[in-house]
Design a binder for this molecule. Structure first.
Ligand code: FPP
Length: 243
């Protein structure tokens, strides 16, 4: 096949399914502002935001992305008003219960990254049950970060590494991260207009490509994800080397 007759498998501006990121990570931001714009309580934004998570996870799975990591609740989010924290915890409960019931049928697994010991005993129990089901499922994996902080994750891994008497190498430390065994995210997306990482995946983001957009998370749709992936596919990834 000549140079100019090379088969083009995708159109410009469309996702090239042969070069997908294996792992996408997203900071769900803008739920509060989305609700405020509509004169609704912030908690209404979180409810719609949780549904957006479901939609985007299904889209990732359908595209052939293997892992989606979502920032749902940070180690700093406990500072929010009690009513907001309590709504976030009830949403979590609802989605954990749903995951337990549907993971095997849908061939999708939900895992949790973060220090779950701060959650209520009921939520910890649901997380254990969800993990037990996830252990039996092969396929697309969504990681929900709860009471998660990037610095906390690194510190936690370093302590485990030291306690096991292991030499402190990158490889040994990675074995103790919540993301052990999962490739680093090639693409990190932050909707909601802020240009910061907010303590998300600090170790894993070393060579991630970043994509920021103004869309508020509850409005984030299929086209937004496609646009983020297309932007990623146009990046020149050199990993510190030259081409
Ligand atoms: C950021 O928006 C969002 C959060 C801190 C919480 C996100 C959590 C959920 C959507 C619910 C739990 C998720 C699942 C899938 C069970 P913000 O409140 O900081 O928005 P703002 O910047 O407009 O105030």
């Amino acid at each position: 096949m000549g140079l100019f007759s090379k088969k083009v498998s995708h159109k410009a501006g469309q996702v090239d399914k042969s070069r997908l990121p294996r792992h996408i990570a997203i900071i769900m931001d803008g739920n509060g502002r989305w609700a405020k714009k509509r004169g609704l309580p912030r908690t209404a934004g979180h409810k719609v935001g949780a549904e957006t998570f479901r939609k985007i996870a299904l889209q990732c799975k359908a595209l052939g992305v293997e892992y989606l990591t979502i920032y749902a609740f940070s180690t700093e989010n406990w500072k929010r008003p009690a009513e907001e924290v309590s709504t976030l915890m009830s949403l979590l409960k609802k989605y954990m219960q749903e995951a337990i019931d549907t993971m095997e049928r849908d061939k999708m697994k939900l895992r949790f990254f973060g220090d779950l010991s701060a959650l209520s005993p009921e939520l910890q129990d649901l997380a254990c049950r969800a993990n037990a089901v996830a252990d039996r499922v092969e396929g697309f994996q969504a990681n929900l970060c709860i009471n998660y902080g990037g610095r906390d994750e690194i510190l936690h891994a370093a302590k485990l590494c030291a306690a096991a008497g292991e030499e402190m190498t990158e490889e040994n430390l990675e074995k103790h991260l919540y993301s052990a065994g999962i490739p680093d995210p090639e693409l990190i997306i932050r909707p909601g207009g802020e240009l910061r990482l907010s303590n998300f995946l600090l170790w894993q983001c070393a060579y991630s490509e970043f994509y920021f957009c103004d869309t508020l998370w509850p409005d984030f749709g299929e086209r937004d994800l496609d646009e983020a992936i297309v932007a990623y596919q146009q990046r020149d990834r050199r990993f510190g080397g030259v081409k």
